[in-house]
Each structure stands twice: as structure tokens, then as C-alpha cells.
Write a protein that binds this ligand. Sequence first.
Ligand SMILES: *Cc1c(COP(=O)(O)O)cnc(C)c1O
Length: 363
Amino acid sequence: MSSPPFLAPRDDLRALEGYHSPQVDVAVRLNTNESPYPPPPAFLDEWIAALRDVRYHRYPDRAARQLRTALGARLAQPPQRIFCANGSNEVLQTLLLTYGGQGRAAAMFEPTYALHAHISRITGTSVVEGERGSDFVVDPDAAAALIARERPAVTFLCSPNNPTGTVEPRATVEALVDRVAGQGGLLVVDEAYGEFADWSAVELVDESRPLAVVRTYSKVWSMAAVRLGFCVAPEWMVAELEKVVLPYHLSAPTQLAGTLALAHNDEMDDRVARLRSERERVAAALAAVERVTPYPSGANFVLFRFDGDGHELWEALLARGVLVRDFSRWPRLAECLRVTIGTPEENDAFLAALCEVVTEVQG
Ligand SMILES: *Cc1c(COP(=O)(O)O)cnc(C)c1O
């Protein structure tokens, strides 16, 4: 029996695949770069108490004034330079709906966060792929040449880069923003893991640069389930994004969560410090494992290459109750796996399982 001729999706979406990151139920889940710690209990108490006072029969504050003011204070930026949305993915989508689209291109440096290309295509923006070097660092001259040749409307730079952990130096970001400015483009620095790195492009944001720095509550702030992200960008850019995003897209509970969480800065900074020191411990331990080579990371995860069949290694870890992210069949990431930094106990469980299985999996 053939199915009735239902309407097919847009022609340019036919070849698109969905976002795949298997959510398997195992003891040690180190595959999606979330925080291993739940939010601070005091924050949850304050949030739940505040939820009682929301006027639910009214729309939320469209301008998210309290949240943007609190974020501005934390980041030493005026609230007018902050745009909030339901996860940084919605920020990326809004940037592309505003500045991408038919007849325009977005450039990115592979291997990088798959959603940059995916959301570009969904918004009808064509994709231009630049290449990272063998150490996964972006070569500023090659990047400048690509931008000069392709003239992308939007250029993405993910730093620290997912999935490699690579942090770009300030000089590269400055050079790229000057380059895109020279030809009417826009630079988007995705700093989903910015808190784990040694410097942030937020300090470069001002009215004279076409630069947006995107951040999220999903990782450091232990709030992946809340769905809240934002970007810091010039006021003129934020004003355009506000025109494009759906009105009242950010619910009152979300706005409250984002505002109240910022009062727990000290606890969050403490978690960042703990995860950074665990990252260094895990990276050093990985470097000591035979046939395993970790890459330097400024994020809350470590990418490593296996001298053998990476997918078999991933399966062997899973069989021992440890889920990491399998990049072994990705272009440019052959035999690579990525492990999220968890609690010290989770990291120990991962390292113990890895030491056991590396000898079993053939080269
Ligand atoms: C996790 C991640 C995000 C976060 O997406 P949210 O929608 O904020 O949860 C954005 N960019 C990169 C590079 C990421 O790894």
C-alpha cells in the first residue's frame, strides 16, 4: 500500500539529517558536555519560591529586562548589548534568520559544532567549510583568504571548539573580526564553553565591531534542562535580533531562573575551577594510556585519538557502562572519541574502563 501524497518538506531540506547524539541510559554518562553537578539547592529553593509570584495569566517581559541587567552586571556590559533566547541554539538560529538566508553564506572551520552548519541550512543559508590545521587551530591567514574569497555574511568561530577543545588566541579573533568588518560580514564566536578557557571574546564586544559572542546556561550553570542562552553583541545588532525572534519567546520561569542563578556566581566559579583541574588530571591520565593521544582542551571535555578502531573502543566502553561521544567515523576525526569531564568518581570509572579495554581492541 502506498502512502498518500502528503506534502514533502522544502526541496533544500530533503538531504538534511536530524541531530544525533544517542541518549543511552548507563551508569556513567560523559557524552553531552553537561555539568555533572545539579544546580545549587539554594538556587532551586529561591527559584521555586519566586515561581509562586509569577502572574501567569500575563505574557512575560518581552525585553527580559531583569535578566539582561543581571547578565550585564556579571559581564561588565550594558543590558542593551545582551540578547537572550531558549538555549544558545536559538540565539544561533536568530542570528542566521536575521543575517543569513537565501543568497547568503555562513562560513565555519571544520571539524566544529555540527549545529552551525545544520541551522545554517535550515535557514536557507549556504555553508562554506574552512579547514582547521592538524592541531585543530584555525590558521588566521587561511581563514582570511577564505573570507575574502567566499564573502560569507556570517562567519562562525567556536572557541573553545566543540568537539576538539581548541581555544583560539585573541589575535585570531581580532584579525577575523577586522576581516569580516572590511567586507560587511559578521563574526559569531560561540563560547558555549567560554567559562572554562583563559580568555573571552566578550571583552572585544563594542559598538564598532560586527561581533556577537554566544554563551549558554547549559554547561557551567548546570541548567541544560531550562534552555537558556544569550549573546553579547553591539546594541544595533541586538535591536535587529529582537525584531526577528518570536515575541514572548522567553518564558517567565526561564527569565527568573537565569536571573536568580547569577546570585550564585561564587559556587559556579568554584565548579569551573574543579572541572578545570579534573580536566587536566584526565588529560594527563589519557596521555599515559598506550595508543591514546589527547588533544589540548580549554573546555569541560577532552578529545582523544585512538591508534586502533575507535568505534570498537566506544562500544567496549559502553559495555562497561561508560558512555562517551563517538566521533570515530566523522570526517577529519577518524578514531576520535570525546569524553566530558564528570565528577572525580565518574572520571575514575572512565579511566579504569579505558585502561581495561584498550588492550582488548585491535589496532
Ligand atoms: C552545547 C553547545 C551549545 C549549547 O546549546 P544550548 O542550546 O545552549 O544548550 C552551543 N554551542 C556549542 C558549541 C555547544 O557545544
